[in-house]
Unconditional design. Structure first.
Length: 511
């Protein structure tokens, strides 16, 4: 600690008790977590997997020649072997981590790699082209750019359960985009198309709605099966609540009734059904619906143009003096000059999918007397950091973009201390939302123990305040999608797993 640094004294779990260091000795809490390994796990070469292998992984990660982020390493006071099956992580004093269970370094085979330096390991053939593990399969052959063949691991610790379900798996690297991949599925040249094989239909600036439509059609016809789950990325429409706008562009969204009206006028379910072919869900807070901490009793954001228009009238947006079909005008809207049109820009990326979503938004909002003017910008231009980019430079009226979710609720996305500025150039609260009660609850969430009642209450309160204030409209969750032949069973997609094949040992031929 340096003089003037803020710190959490022992027992402090909210920003209300943060102190400023003035010198001398202070007492702070620290986390200590023990990880216990199974004793029956072996590397695929038959050697036992022990806590020493996890320690070796940590030491390699922390090495200066290993080009990894050192964030978690720097927050680790010690990582030590307790016994052959136990590794202990100790955090630095004052560091609170609600995801403490993830502070485990995935083991690496020390008995094979300890003779090589960290720099040598980066290019060693054994680590890059012939890795070993402890899972259900072992690498049998790798033809770069063509395929990888895996064989059953006889030393797999779940082998006595009859796992894995296949003796051999082959991953092929396909050419020709999504359409070519679909053809290989239909001709039985492939059994499963993973997320990368159908990325054209789902991802960013290379989106291919036609391919997604074809997958949905083939599924409906019973020729293939499309497996999906709402992913962890949420597409949102964020309002500019603390905008730095050019002269002459009004700030339209200070009144939460206007924001609620916009939300009520958008048919999010239709976006999901027409554009994503039903392969998603609509959220009601900043958390995905499937998140363990999602508050189930939260009031839904319902599609109701009648309610939306009533809220607009209540807020002072009138149709009385407007021409038929023209946007409403302000008559007594707080902070907005009378006669101002209810017309605003919507910034998003120019891929075909976001163009389709923007067209739906324009159509829905027009029914309520709201004019939406969409502007398409490349990701590089839209997401430039403060102060240059329109999103993080806070020079937008509304913006459409995707944000990830994670195990710990990311309440800081709407915390006032995260508003981008000269003092906080990498702040993530581009909307500029600021509410003291929300900030207090978010602070408790970030600093408290995830198994405490205070933490649970804080998660609920942040969602309630988000729903009440609506600094952002959660539109839908980006889906994770696989397509496979009808003969394949055992696929279970998970929203936050790193791989869609997290349960690869359970894949089998259907009975």
């Amino acid at each position: 600690l340096d003089i003037g640094d803020p710190y959490l004294p022992a027992g402090c779990q909210s920003e209300d008790c943060v102190l400023t260091y003035a010198g001398g000795t202070v007492s702070m809490d620290r986390l200590v977590v023990d990880f216990r390994l199974r004793s029956d796990v072996r590397w695929s070469d038959g050697e036992p997997l022990t806590a020493e292998d996890s320690l070796f992984s940590f030491e390699l990660d922390r090495h200066v020649d290993t080009p990894t982020l050192k964030t978690q390493v720097n927050r680790t006071a010690s990582y030590e072997v307790v016994d052959a099956q136990t590794i202990r992580w100790t955090g630095i004093p004052g560091y609170k981590d609600s995801e403490y269970f993830s502070n485990f370094w995935s083991p690496l085979p020390e008995h094979l790699l300890d003779k090589l330096s960290a720099e040598e390991l980066l290019n060693a053939e054994g680590t890059n082209l012939a890795p070993i593990g402890w899972g259900p399969f072992v690498l049998q052959e790798w033809r770069p750019g063509q395929y990888i063949t895996l064989e059953r691991n006889p030393d797999y610790f779940r082998a006595d359960e009859g796992l894995p379900g296949f003796d051999v798996l082959q991953f092929r690297f396909l050419q020709g985009g999504t359409q070519g991949s679909i053809e290989q599925l239909l001709t039985s040249e492939c059994d499963i198309l993973d997320e990368t094989a159908i990325a054209d239909a789902l991802g960013g600036e290379v989106l291919d709605p036609r391919a997604l439509a074809e997958l949905a059609s083939l599924d409906a016809a019973g020729q293939i099966e499309v497996a999906w789950t709402p992913g962890a990325e949420m597409e949102r429409l964020d309002f500019g609540l603390a905008p730095i706008l050019p002269a002459g562009i009004p700030d339209l969204f200070a009144d939460s009734r206007t924001r609620a009206a916009v939300a009520a006028c958008i048919n999010r379910e239709r976006i999901v059904s027409r554009t994503l072919f039903g392969l998603s869900e609509v959220p009601n807070s900043y958390l995905p619906p499937a998140h363990p901490a999602a508050f189930g009793a939260l009031e839904a954001i319902s599609f109701s143009p009648a309610d939306g228009m009533a809220l607009l009238e209540e807020a002072g947006w009138s149709e009385e003096d407007a021409n038929p079909g023209a946007p409403r005008i302000a008559l007594g809207v707080e902070g907005v000059s009378n006669g101002t049109k209810l017309s605003f820009s919507y910034l998003t990326t120019p891929d075909e999918f976001h163009r389709a979503v923007a067209a739906r938004l324009e159509e829905d909002l027009a029914v309520c007397g709201i004019e939406l003017a969409t502007e398409f910008l490349s990701q590089a231009d839209l997401f430039q950091p403060w102060p240059d980019g329109p999103a993080f430079g806070r020079s937008f009226q509304t913006v459409g973009w995707a944000w990830p979710g994670w195990v710990s609720p990311l309440c800081e996305m709407f915390a006032s201390r995260e508003i981008p500025s000269d003092e906080k150039p990498f702040g993530v609260n581009a909307a500029g939302f600021s509410l003291a009660e929300y900030d207090r609850a978010c602070s408790t969430l970030l600093l408290g123990r995830s198994d405490s009642q205070e933490y649970s209450d804080a998660v609920r309160v942040t969602q309630e305040l988000f729903r009440e204030s609506l600094p952002s409209i959660p539109l839908y969750m980006r889906p994770r999608v696989l397509a496979h032949r009808l003969s394949v069973c055992g696929i279970e997609l998970d929203p936050i797993s790193f791989s869609a094949f997290w349960n690869i040992e359970s894949l089998e031929t259907c009975p």
